[in-house]
Design a protein around this ligand. Sequence first.
Ligand code: FMN
Length: 350
Amino acid sequence: MLINLLKLLPPESAHQLTIKLLKLNLTIYGKKAEEFNSLKQTILGIDFANPIGLAAGFDKNAEVIKSMLSYGFGFVEVGTITPRPQKGNPKPRVFRLKEDEAVINHLGFNNYGSEKILKNLKSFYSSQYLSGIVGINIGKNKSTENDIDDYLFCIDKLSDFGNYITINISSPNTPGLRDLQLRGRIETLVKKIQHKQNEIEQLNNKPIFIKISPDLEDEQLRDIALMSLANNVNGLIISNSTLKRSNTLTSLYKNEVGGLSGKPLFIDSTIILKKMYSLTNGQIPLIGVGGITNGNECYEKIKAGASLVQLYTALVYQGPKVVSKIITELNSLVLTDGYKNISEAVGKSS
Ligand SMILES: Cc1cc2nc3c(=O)[nH]c(=O)nc-3n(C[C@H](O)[C@H](O)[C@H](O)COP(=O)(O)O)c2cc1C
């Protein structure tokens, strides 16, 4: 199996090779996922064939949207995209924690920049044969005069494309980025973005999600919930990778610097998700991310309050067949609980 060969390469080389193969359209991994009526939902006006999305960071440059949709993802989030291209932090900067089914990365928003990625998005939309939902995740350059202006610049530049936009203020590898989550700063950011949303016609009906960290304290979570309700924030993505290291980690790489993702993130990110669902009274659509490796865990996120979910690290360990596996398992779980549609299960354990 190719996935086992890829695991023999250093993580970043394996990723680069994967992107190259996907760009060649070599559908090497398997068959397309089945569609189930029980998993179809309309969220914020967007029709999702299933609730499982590809999390940001896999297709940073919007190069392989079509291939990833063809593996069965209900939606693909590209980015994080910054206004100008940047190389990111010095290598090595991605580590596989095999024994823990986790990854630590301190990539630092390596991406081709908004100009080049705009071209990739144009070419996806002009050649599209599949209907598919695309999210555009944006961030700020490492060195920038005004961080909020970087978000406004990307929104302006990329406004013609994508079904929704994600404001990433939670990656741990860009100095100062997470400070945008602080009370006052986040509200200023949201207000300026909403102003821009009203200015540009194409953005009027395009939802904007804010992606938050799993490392927020309860008070910060409460602030974000209240701010989101007061300002009609469209949706929240919970969560990015964590800086915390639980003492259950066993891999040699457990003390590498950066954001930890994968299995060990599942519990903390789900707790935060559940808290946010209750703090927002279930009024704001949430996307649950962090440590999903199977249908059960996916269903737990839904029952904790997520309308949709995303994953990344499970692809590293299981390859893209994990998508159809989760879809099939999720359909059974929903039907076994007596629901006709997954939307009925949202928040049921909160
Ligand atoms: C190698 C790698 C790169 C990532 N890059 C980004 C990124 O550019 N922007 C972002 O919002 N999240 C990024 N993430 C975080 C994921 O989108 C996701 O929130 C996190 O990995 C938790 O999900 P998982 O446990 O299923 O991987 C990255 C994750 C990994 C593993």
